[in-house]
Design a protein around this ligand. Structure first.
Ligand SMILES: Nc1ncnc2c1ncn2[C@@H]1O[C@H](COP(=O)(O)OP(=O)(O)OP(=O)(O)O)[C@@H](O)[C@H]1O
Ligand SMILES: [Mg+2]
Length: 314
């Protein structure tokens, strides 16, 4: 549905987007992750035809967008970063205006309007001036305008930024329910969101793709992947940690303390959780284990490893 080939956008010497290629299919919810300034917003602006690329080509449903931008844009709903809106309008007036621009009028507009107002929860502010809306309601209105014409492609730049936890949950549910027949690309700084709604994630760093896979695939790159987590009392944990560290199947032990409990993250040296070795050691130590689990890997750890520059790490 969307194909980007060798896409780049330069601002003078700065390569905001630097040779990115990817393709997205219907049914996918793709998350763009990356630190501030990585190039997520710029990539989204290129995909929506809002900016022209310095190099590269974008095809939407087989059509090169540089040849017929209007046709491509009809298929796209776009929530720009920070949801820019017309301050003096009301949400009702604004959605009417967007509807008209999208060719939605009369009954078709009303049907779309009612649906979207309900889906994003705008009922209570429909006739309030945009400039007086709270941040979360501004985000909701931005989302509503992107969804109004029920586009096949949704490009949402930080759609849950500024929403309260209830609304976040609702919008994530909405995105998931819409995803079956659409292509959805979202950018977010919320890694939990990626795990809960994205079928795939691309990590962007300094304008380049540094990882591309399902959240599970990305998590397997984490050093905590297959680590065995053992929680027990503070007393005696150091001795056990020291004994475990000596074992060949174990590459290291990290300890976190919380109140009277200590958790040992026993990192696997190979590609299996070192359960057998740990069991033997636990039996010897008689440390009273309260909980034991295998770590599925941590997205935050992968993100940080892939996007921390040498200077930042120093
Ligand atoms: N119009 C512009 N002129 C010059 N530089 C720009 C322009 N727009 C963006 N940039 C630069 O391009 C780089 C990428 O910016 P972009 O907004 O795409 O990052 P981002 O990944 O969306 O970051 P954030 O997480 O903070 O939203 C940044 O260094 C930014 O300062
Ligand atoms: Mg951005």
């Amino acid at each position: 549905m969307i194909k980007a080939e060798n896409l780049s956008k330069h601002y003078g010497a700065l390569k905001a987007v630097d040779g990115i290629s990817f393709a997205v299919k219907k049914g996918e919810v793709l998350g763009f992750l990356g630190p501030n300034g990585a190039g997520k917003t710029t990539t989204m602006k290129l995909l929506t035809g809002f900016l022209a690329p310095t190099t590269g080509k974008i095809t939407i449903d087989g059509n090169d967008i540089s040849e017929n931008l209007k046709k491509a844009q009809k298929k796209i709903g776009y929530l720009p970063e920070g949801a820019p809106l017309y301050e003096e309008m009301t949400p009702r007036g604004f959605l009417k205006f967007i509807g008209a621009a999208r060719g939605l009028e009369g009954r078709a507009f009303l049907k779309a309007f009612d649906q979207v107002v309900k889906n994003v929860g705008l009922e209570s502010v429909l006739d309030q001036r945009v400039e007086t809306l709270s941040k979360g309601y501004r985000s909701r209105l931005g989302l509503a305008q992107a969804l109004l014409h029920d586009p096949e492609i949704l490009i949402l730049d930080e759609p849950t930024d500024g929403l309260d936890p209830n609304q976040k949950h609702k919008i994530r549910g909405l995105i998931q329910s819409l995803s079956k027949n659409k292509v959805i690309i979202i950018s977010t700084h919320n890694l939990e969101e990626v795990e809960s709604i994205c079928s795939r994630a691309i990590i962007i760093h300094q304008g380049k793709i540094v990882a591309d896979g399902t959240p599970h695939e990305l998590k397997t790159k984490s050093r905590y992947y297959n680590a065995v987590l053992i929680r027990g009392p503070v007393s005696g944990h150091k001795k056990l940690a020291a004994a475990l560290e000596k074992l060949a199947a174990i590459s290291g032990v990290e300890v976190t303390r919380e109140g009277q409990s200590a958790t040992l993250a026993v990192l696997a040296a190979g590609n299996k959780p070192p359960v057998g070795e740990i069991q033997k050691q636990l039996a010897k130590s008689r440390w009273p284990v309260e909980e034991i689990s295998v770590d599925p890997g941590r997205l935050e750890d992968v993100f940080r490893t892939l996007t921390t520059t040498a200077e930042e790490a120093a």
